[in-house]
Design a protein around this ligand. Structure first.
Ligand SMILES: Cc1cc2nc3c(=O)[nH]c(=O)nc-3n(C[C@H](O)[C@H](O)[C@H](O)COP(=O)(O)OP(=O)(O)OC[C@H]3O[C@@H](n4cnc5c(N)ncnc54)[C@H](O)[C@@H]3O)c2cc1C
Length: 265
């Protein structure tokens, strides 16, 4: 029995932290006032990293702006986006389709990716992601058509693997492992876009903001839009100063959109 998935799972794996001792040493060495209160942003170090990097440009530690919120909002409003690149968050995302990750990896600037390989990993018992429009119509003809197509492709994948394992000439390969890889890389040709995949994505705040703005918009595909909004919810909790300007709205079709106050910083 195939496993069908409806929702992504998102694991926050890495997040920023500040070495306050080093900041104190820097300020001391530069004969600047001790760590200013403005840098302290509650339990969240992300805003502080941005303040340190922005203040370094002007050596303005301890001067101007009433607090860190005012400081970060001013940078967002001016579009001083480069300092937001110092702050990175990494997620492992599972339960998403290959069509989603094909769109995700188009986001180049400021992102790093590591994705489950269909050449190395056997896909014969992979789950599949039901596209949201079909999930909304559960138990209808459209879901039946999808499931039948998926069952057929899984069967074809397994048959191809068996056939290629029997027939691919051993002499073409240095090792058995190379041969197995060749078998899987050929058989994956018939796997559907709905095949589930897993991906580790690390991005800086400027990049995540751009991703959420593009993929949280009403014209984005429903599956990646849901992912973008779920990621926004996590990041807005982690770093409210850096993602708090996004608003989430409900659409009549039951989906949501996200829009930032400060666009493409
Ligand atoms: C709703 C929607 C529909 C889409 N449909 C299609 C489609 O039909 N076909 C298709 O091919 N793609 C499509 N895309 C993908 C889209 O064209 C972008 O590739 C993707 O959204 C990443 O955007 P980006 O290049 O701005 O992001 P990133 O690659 O993360 O880049 C961020 C920003 O950095 C700058 N930048 C990055 N690289 C360069 C560079 N090489 N030179 C100069 N500046 C650079 C740009 O300002 C860019 O906006 C679609 C995207 C969306 C949101």
């Amino acid at each position: 029995m195939k496993k069908y998935l409806n929702d992504p799972k998102i694991y926050l794996i890495s997040k920023p932290s500040v070495n306050w001792e080093s900041i104190a040493a820097l300020l001391n060495d530069e004969e600047l006032p001790p760590v200013p209160e403005s840098i302290r942003a509650g339990n969240d170090d992300s805003g502080s990293i941005i303040e340190v990097s922005a203040r370094l440009c002007y050596m303005s530690f301890g001067r101007g702006r009433k607090d860190i919120e005012d400081f970060v909002n001013n940078l967002l409003a001016k579009g001083d986006g480069s300092v937001f690149e110092h702050v990175n968050y990494g997620f492992v995302i599972t339960g998403v389709s290959r069509s989603l990750t094909h769109e995700l990896v188009r986001h180049r600037a400021g992102f790093a990716y590591s994705q489950r390989s269909q050449r190395f990993v056997d896909e014969s018992s992979s789950p599949f992601v039901i596209p949201p429009a079909i999930a909304k119509n559960a138990n209808t003809k459209s879901e039946k058509i999808l499931r039948e197509a998926i069952e057929n492709s899984t069967e074809a994948y397994n048959s191809l693997v068996i056939e290629l394992e029997k027939t691919l000439p051993e002499k073409l390969f240095e090792t058995q492992w190379d041969r197995r890889k060749a078998v899987r890389q050929a058989a994956r040709a018939i796997l559907p876009n709905a095949t589930e995949t897993k991906i580790f994505v690390t991005g800086n705040v400027r990049a995540w903001r751009h991703f959420i703005e593009q993929r949280g918009a009403g014209y984005a595909d429903w599956e990646i839009r849901k992912l973008a909004i779920n990621i926004l919810n996590i990041l807005a909790k982690e770093a409210p100063l850096l993602f708090g300007d996004f608003t989430i709205n409900d659409l009549p079709d039951g989906t949501k959109t996200a829009k930032p106050k400060y666009s493409k910083i």
